[in-house]
Design a protein. Structure first.
Length: 525
């Protein structure tokens, strides 16, 4: 095979970027001569440099995209109804779920101003022109790059030929259900699959089906009456001078049957997706484009290498980890509720005796500076009043940053429960390590991951009645169930699924192999 030339374009937020970094690592392992170009926002460059620091001779070039990162775009509107962090605090229900759906459908997928959008679009086109990659791998959240890729694929020169032939591939942390559930019988949209943000258990209880139908009607009404996206698309077409430009988003390409997309590589596989997913009658041409790779996770060194002191600390007792991701910020009241739940769990550990008495808690806490005064968790704080004895004994560590990768920690074999917010990376880190989970979903698709933990039999949804935050009286019994009562059951099922996820070298190797296979096929054509 000739030297593969690959261009990746992604948002800088690690929940999405890590899937690309992991795949890039595997590409360089399988084909060390790969010429790899990564286009993203400057904020991601330190993570890129760190991820590939130990790969000698890697031919990697980082290209900085212009404009603000997507999290800045979706949190800068003066109207709190149009800001993600404000919308995420709304309790799902009759009024708030349609508001959240409106935000995700009309604001998230076209986050940039028309001017910012076109700048990214033009930069992507320039990269495609100058690099002529074999494969262009794009993040569905990076709509300007997705639009550029699709536009290039459909533009013909005067001879009717594509001037820059390349394979266009979407790489995504999404589930198979996210891209295929709409292919099931129409009634399933009402009776089987909760509307995004509805925070309903699956299967949907019969008495909530009318409410889910109402949410669907409101969603359709939003799509029909929304003026924000059409006006922004019109402005983008005007600024590009391309009146027929197909302004593409992740949502639109799914509805368009993946037109112009060669493949979608997903960080999931059927065995660990939604068990009730029924794809028997799904169009074969569409399904052939979906590749369920399995969890696509970054390579990480053993904890004994990345943080030997932490590894030693974890060996002194069973560990419960709490990591609510990089975006979920916690107020002091919420930290206190978490501490109360942990207090009840620790008291239960003392009551049961044995190995449980040495239980340890590693809690990564990202404080919210906007909701309430600045707070701490040391002596004199409300959190310390609850957990002070264990903090002073170094059995509870509350930190704002952990050097080691989450999967390095979870793969030690010392963690008996992972508490997360239900982000894709966090969920898959726990799944591939065979660790039971308690999921505290905080917005949109994270409710799906809480349901998956329940349906797959690997954990519990920890805040069904109090999402998008939590309450000690609800959370504590669930922690006790996962950590003590049914830990062996959850752990056994988790280990079985972890073995499935490791097949063919794991998701990142499956994705890399597929990409290199596409290049090989093209070279022989």
């Amino acid at each position: 095979m000739a030297t593969p030339k690959i261009l990746m374009a992604m948002v800088s937020e690690l929940g999405h970027a890590n899937v690309f970094i992991a795949t890039a690592q595997a590409l360089l392992e399988q084909a060390p001569n790969t010429e790899l170009h990564i286009a993203s926002f400057a904020r991601l460059k330190p993570s890129i440099d760190e991820a590939f620091a130990d790969i000698k001779g890697a031919n990697i070039t980082f290209h900085a995209l212009p404009g603000p990162v997507i999290t800045e775009c979706i949190n800068r509107d003066p109207n709190p109804n149009n800001r993600m962090l404000s919308t995420a605090l709304l309790k799902p229900g009759f009024r708030n779920t349609p508001a959240a759906s409106r935000f995700f459908l009309t604001r998230l997928f076209l986050a940039w101003t028309p001017e910012e959008y076109v700048a990214i679009f033009n930069e992507t086109n320039a990269l495609l022109d100058s690099l002529s990659p074999n494969v262009f791998i794009v993040d569905g959240l990076l709509s300007p790059a997705l639009t550029a890729g699709k536009h290039r694929r459909t533009q013909m020169d005067t001879k009717g030929e594509v001037p820059t032939p390349f394979k266009l591939v979407l790489l995504s942390p999404n589930s198979i259900k996210d891209l295929a559930s709409h292919l099931e019988p129409p009634q399933n949209l009402i009776a089987k699959w909760p509307i995004t943000g509805a925070a309903m258990l699956m299967p949907i209880p019969w008495y909530l089906i009318p409410l889910n139908f109402y949410f669907l009607l409101r969603l359709i009404f939003t799509l029909v009456t929304d003026k924000h996206m059409p006006s922004k698309m019109a402005a983008i077409r005007t600024l590009t001078g391309l009146p027929e430009l197909d302004v593409s988003t992740f949502a639109s390409i799914v509805q368009d049957g993946l037109k112009g997309i060669d493949h979608v590589l997903l960080s999931s596989r059927l065995e660990v997706d939604f068990p009730s997913l029924d794809l028997a009658n799904a169009p074969r041409a569409y399904m052939d484009k979906l590749i369920g790779c399995g969890p696509i996770l970054r390579a990480a060194p053993p904890l004994t290498e990345s943080d030997p002191l932490l590894a030693k600390w974890m060996k002194d007792g069973p560990v419960v980890t709490i990591n609510l991701g990089t975006v979920c910020q916690v107020s002091e009241d919420e930290a206190v509720e978490m501490a109360r739940a942990l207090r009840m769990m620790l008291d239960e550990a003392a009551r049961r005796g044995g190995n449980s008495t040495g239980m340890r808690i590693l809690w990564k806490l990202k404080k919210d500076p906007a909701r309430g005064p600045e707070y701490h968790t040391g002596p004199g704080s409300a959190t310390f009043d609850i957990l002070g004895k264990e903090i002073e004994a170094d059995r509870v560590r509350i930190v704002d940053w952990i050097v080691a990768e989450p999967n390095s920690i979870l793969n030690t074999g010392d963690v008996i429960c992972s508490v997360t917010h239900g982000g894709a990376s966090s969920f898959y880190d726990g799944l591939t390590a065979g660790v039971p989970q308690v999921v505290l979903p905080v917005w949109a698709d994270t409710f799906d991951f809480a349901n998956r933990a329940e349906l797959l039999g690997i954990g519990r949804w920890g805040n069904v009645n109090n999402c998008p935050r939590w309450n000690a009286s609800e959370l504590a019994p669930i922690l006790i169930d996962v950590v003590f009562d049914r830990n062996a059951v959850f752990a056994a099922k988790s280990r079985v699924l972890a073995e499935v996820c490791r097949q063919e070298g794991g998701g990142r190797n499956v994705a890399a192999k597929k990409i290199l296979g596409m290049i090989d096929e093209s070279s022989k054509a």
